[in-house]
Design a protein around this ligand. Structure first.
Ligand SMILES: Cc1cc2nc3c(=O)[nH]c(=O)nc-3n(C[C@H](O)[C@H](O)[C@H](O)COP(=O)(O)O)c2cc1C
Length: 415
């Protein structure tokens, strides 16, 4: 079983994560993880924080001489903002976020932001300063998830499994997504205020150049209006074997596990697979994916034959809670950011009285491109767990042996 936990506050000293269950002998370096973490920091519409942080996860345990040892992989990511950034009073966050009691006076946050974790959080945890809630509910935590997800992604790469995330919609602008997305284009140098010649497609991680340009205009317009935007993200996974997950119990279904993992990302409000909610408007004959006969079988890009290949992929690569061997397609809707420059009306935590504007703290206008990278990480963690469950072993070699044996024996019973 693969599991991971994170700890850390948004403006605290550091984020940490422990990933347990990765087998021995997997090549893994801090540079590889850093490359994935850098992808999370890109995106038109992000706030000033991303200019301060340059994330790097330091591996503290579980890896020796570039190879995993099968022991828990501990990592930490320093929050530069803690010691060098600008805190609420124009000084770094060292005193504001001090672990030890501090004599330096600080201003508690009492005007609660609708749409954030502030109101239920202060009530449930009996807090008089909403900072004690927002520091952990902030999606800064997702940096640790992306570090953990990078470890899972490295493991999946050994089996030719590739994970790509992209943006389908920002602020009501929907992309006309090409059937063959050029993934390398989405990783190019992005457009931003310091780089007007950069790629707009990469800036919003959207494969439709026309929609990408309109999304950027819409983000600028929301910024000017002091507002925020949400959107739709999609992750596509190629190279999965047939039969990961199981139909036999509700919590063994890969569909359940993926949906929960993606729903756990801050601000995600809905998940769908393949044709998703559109299926409500279609007949069964239009939806279900016909299995190709032997005469149409092809090897996939990794050189494996999927003898049960489909003519369509409306299921999004999952039937009965198991992978079909077709690409996995998981989409999610992300709500607009709760911290708005022109804050919404709210109440004061101490007096219970009306406040014209909810608390504002340095915030993004939109974060949809980043969410696609976080979704990749969560999907990678679940798929790595499902691969370990199916092909279990303590070393990479043992798992590969089990995987090859299975892949060579799928197909019609008589073959
Ligand atoms: C990458 C990322 C960045 C985010 N940045 C902000 C932000 O700057 N301001 C904000 O209010 N919410 C931001 N959020 C959303 C909040 O974390 C989230 O809405 C909040 O924790 C409440 O949880 P819920 O929306 O899941 O109910 C961000 C989310 C993600 C995934």
């Amino acid at each position: 079983m693969l599991r991971f936990l994170t700890s850390g506050e948004s403006h605290g000293k550091a984020l940490t994560t422990i990933v347990e269950g990765i087998p021995a002998n997997l090549p893994l370096t801090e540079d590889y993880i850093e490359t994935q973490m850098a992808r999370r920091q890109v995106g038109y519409g992000r706030g000033g924080r991303m200019k301060i942080e340059k994330d790097r996860a330091e591996i503290l345990s579980g890896v020796r001489h570039g190879l995993t040892m099968g022991s828990p992989i501990g990592m930490h990511i320093i929050n530069r903002d803690f010691s060098t950034g600008t805190g609420p009073d124009g000084v770094p966050w060292v005193d504001e976020m001090s672990v030890n009691p501090s004599d330096v006076p600080f201003e508690p946050i009492t005007s609660l932001r609708p749409g954030h974790a502030d109101t239920p959080g202060i009530t449930k945890y009996m807090q008089s300063d909403a900072r004690n809630i927002l520091e952990r509910s902030s999606a800064r935590e997702s940096a640790a998830r992306v570090a953990a997800g990078a470890v899972a992604r490295r493991f999946l790469e050994e089996f030719g499994i590739e994970i790509h995330g992209h943006v389908r919609c920002i602020g009501g602008i929907h992309a006309n997504v090409p059937s063959n997305i050029d993934w390398a284009e989405l990783e190019m140098d992005p457009y931003h205020s310091d780089n007007p010649n950069g790629s707009k497609v990469a800036a919003v991680r959207c494969a439709d150049p026309d929609a990408a340009a309109r999304m950027i205009t819409e983000i600028d317009s929301a910024r000017e209006a002091g507002d925020s935007l949400g959107g739709i993200i999609e992750v596509i996974v190629n190279g999965l074997p047939i039969g990961l997950g199981s139909h036999i119990q509700w919590d063994k279904k890969l569909t359940t596990r993926l949906a929960a993992a993606v729903m756990s990302i801050n601000a995600v409000k809905g998940v769908e697979f393949g044709a998703g909610f559109n299926q409500a408007d279609l007949r069964g004959s239009q939806v279900h994916d016909v299995v190709k006969p032997q005469s149409e079988w092809e090897t996939n890009q990794e050189g494996w034959l999927n003898p049960w290949e489909r003519r369509t992929n409306n299921s999004g690569g999952l039937e009965g809670g198991m992978t079909t061997g077709e690409p996995l397609v998981v989409r999610a809707v992300v709500k607009p950011i709760a911290t708005i420059i022109n804050g919404l009306e709210t109440v004061d935590l101490t007096s219970g009285e009306f406040v014209a504007k909810a608390h504002f703290e340095r915030s993004d206008i939109t974060f949809v491109p980043t969410c696609a990278v976080i979704e990749e990480a969560m999907v990678a963690l679940i798929l790595a767990d499902a691969m370990l469950e199916k092909f279990g072993g303590d070393s990479l070699e043992e798992i590969k042996r089990n995987w090859r044996g299975y892949m060579n024996n799928t197909g019609p019973i008589s073959s």
